[in-house]
Design a protein around this ligand. Structure first.
Ligand code: ADP
Ligand code: MG
Length: 581
């Protein structure tokens, strides 16, 4: 974004009429946003922001960018003057944050502003003082390359606007938020924000991305993130996203940037939720700090005065691409988890360790293979497969505690898995696939079950019959309020049929059927009802099958309601726990 060669020009009436005009100065934070954007467009590497009384009495933004010549300064504060575009055609190729030539003039119109700027060593700098938009003083001034803009007494001449400013603490909070967004996006730029004598932010230019995230969004968020697998397609995507098991309680840590510009966009956030769909507990939200690169002609930034909103061309396609990119990252996360186990175990050279695993394997052979709780869902892989899995120790040595949790013991860590949550996830993926391609194994009942329902329940069930059919339940009305269950998904134990149907009915009645995706709800409920309950003792074989099936899941991180399936306690955690570190 080197503007050195470009001089500021006055846009023609025709170009101006194509620009989405509007108020860019609403409050101190919006002034700061515009001034920082100008500093960044001028290739600054260090930006200092000083404010007094939450920006109401003073905002000073000082940078080390390419600066302005006297000639430029003379017109920079007039309306529609910019060095960033010269005609309407340029609107399709915007790479800079600004382009409307409105910010300085709008700020100058409602404040007392002075600018000191120098465009390099050979020139001395220039100082201008502007009040209500008019240059009152201009003279040479010493300054190293860069620009300092001082905005005093914002809205001094527009009392109506001044009245609408919020109390200092609110304005200040907004300022910190706005500056924070730049800190995250411009990872090689140093920032300092001071409120009077108080330093609110100090970000050296070499601070890493994760350190910046920790500083701006907190340690809790930083520690819950995973680096996304970089995506290159019609859009480029890089950044950080929540580990599915570590989501947030609000949306504050969801930040999207397009070509370096922070934006709010409904298509992007709905795609984010679609990708995390079955992994979010109620009222939990994924965090994301994502940088999207899109060819400027695919995105219109000229739809909103402060450019906070943008419009995509080919929105649906971009959305799809974004979801796929997120899914690839989940896949990678899963692979890393599996590989981690594998590598750590096989790199372990001590015989004793191998002994543990081979012992485990032979011990397991004594169990006859039987898993009646989930015939269909837990279809076993071939005997050979399973042996190779357990002999290289991918599953660790298995124990069950409290008839509820599976302990996988490895040489360097323990993984604890919730048997019910794991089975729910397995069922969920099975039913979800069945919904899409109808390849679910069903089980005909030799003695079809007959169920009698209340009038209300029979209305509800009638409504669900279609959906249930997709999940492998063939149920037919039989008279007014009775139904015959002909077949059920193979994962369900026979004896449970009626109870499961009653359970499904009572659960689904709590939902607002007009608002929810009925099939999705049925899948979640059925996955839960068909899953091994806590309190069920499991044999080693059964645990093995469960864990293998889990490792084959696409998203093995959470149950379909977003609760975690397993967690790991490795050497690191233990060392911290015992305060060795
Ligand atoms: P825009 O950013 O849309 O071009 P502005 O009113 O924000 O419009 O700024 C007008 C012009 O003043 C810019 O195009 C740029 O050439 C110049 N300018 C403003 N701030 C700076 C700065 N900090 N460093 C260098 N040039 C600047
Ligand atoms: Mg600007």
């Amino acid at each position: 974004m080197n503007e050195r060669k470009k001089k500021i020009n006055v846009l023609s009436e025709a170009t101006v009429s194509k620009i989405s005009a509007g108020e860019v100065v609403e409050r101190p934070a919006s002034v700061i946003k515009e001034l920082i954007e100008n500093s960044l467009d001028a290739s600054s590497k260090n930006i200092h922001i000083d404010i007094n009384s939450a920006g109401k009495s003073l905002i000073r933004v000082s940078d080390d960018g390419i600066g302005m010549s006297r000639e430029d300064l003379e017109i920079a504060c007039s309306r529609h003057t910019t060095s960033k575009i010269s005609s309407a055609e340029d609107l399709d190729a915007i790479r800079t944050l600004g382009f409307r030539g409105e910010a300085l003039s709008s700020i100058a119109a409602v404040s007392q502003m002075d600018i000191t700027s120098s465009s390099g060593v050979s020139e001395t700098g220039t100082y201008v003082y502007v009040e209500s938009g008019e240059i009152l003083r201009i003279r040479p001034a010493g300054r190293s390359e860069g620009t300092t803009v001082e905005v005093r007494n914002l809205f001094y001449n527009v009392p109506a606007r001044k009245k609408f400013l919020k109390k200092d603490s609110s304005e200040l909070a907004e300022i910190v938020r706005v500056v924070g967004r730049f800190v995250l996006a411009y990872a090689d730029v140093g920032f300092e924000l001071k409120h009077g004598e108080r330093q609110l932010l100090h970000v050296p230019g070499n601070l890493s991305m994760l350190e910046r995230i920790e500083l701006i969004l907190g340690k809790n968020v930083a520690e819950s993130l995973e680096k996304m697998v970089e995506h290159k397609g019609k859009i480029g995507i890089r950044g950080y996203i929540s580990r599915p098991s570590a989501t947030q309680k609000d949306k504050r840590a969801q930040l999207f940037y397009i070509n370096g510009r922070y934006v709010r966009n409904r298509a992007l956030s709905s795609a984010l939720y679609a990708a995390y769909k079955s992994m979010l507990e109620k009222n939990r939200h994924p965090a994301c700090i994502l940088f999207l690169e899109i060819s400027p002609d695919m995105v219109d930034v000229n739809v909103h005065p402060t450019k906070l909103q943008v419009k995509f061309r080919e929105e649906q396609e971009l959305k799809k691409e974004f979801i796929e990119a997120l899914k690839r990252s989940f896949e990678n996360l899963k692979k890393e988890q599996l590989r981690g186990k594998h590598l750590k175990v096989s790199s372990q050279k001590e015989d004793s360790e191998f002994l543990v695993f081979s012992e485990g394997a032979s011990q397991q052979d004594q169990f006859t293979y039987e898993y009646d709780r989930g015939q269909g869902a837990l279809r076993t892989s071939s005997e050979k497969d399973r042996n190779s899995l357990s002999s290289d120790g991918q599953l660790g040595q298995l124990h069950q505690i409290a008839d509820c949790y599976i302990l996988s013991v490895f040489s360097d860590k323990v993984i604890i898995t919730d048997q019910h949550a794991a089975h729910e996830r397995i069922n969920y993926e099975l039913f979800s696939k069945a919904k899409d391609n109808r390849s679910l194994e069903t089980q005909n009942l030799i003695f079809p079950a007959r169920i009698e329902l209340s009038a209300e329940d029979s209305i509800v069930l009638t409504r669900l019959l279609e959906g249930l059919k997709k999940l492998g339940f063939f149920i037919e009305p039989f008279g007014e309020r009775s139904f015959i269950v002909q077949s059920v998904p193979a994962t369900l134990k026979k004896g449970n049929v009626e109870a499961v149907i009653y359970d499904i009915l009572s659960d689904i009645k709590e939902r607002d059927l007009e608002k929810v995706d009925i099939i999705e709800e049925l899948i979640k409920i059925t996955s839960c009802k068909a899953a091994i309950k806590s309190g069920t003792p499991l044999s080693v074989k059964e645990m093995e099958v469960l864990l293998e099936e889990l490792s084959r899941c696409e998203l093995p991180f959470t149950c379909p309601h977003g609760r975690p399936v397993s967690f790991e306690m490795d050497k690191d955690i233990l060392e911290k726990r015992f305060r060795r570190k």
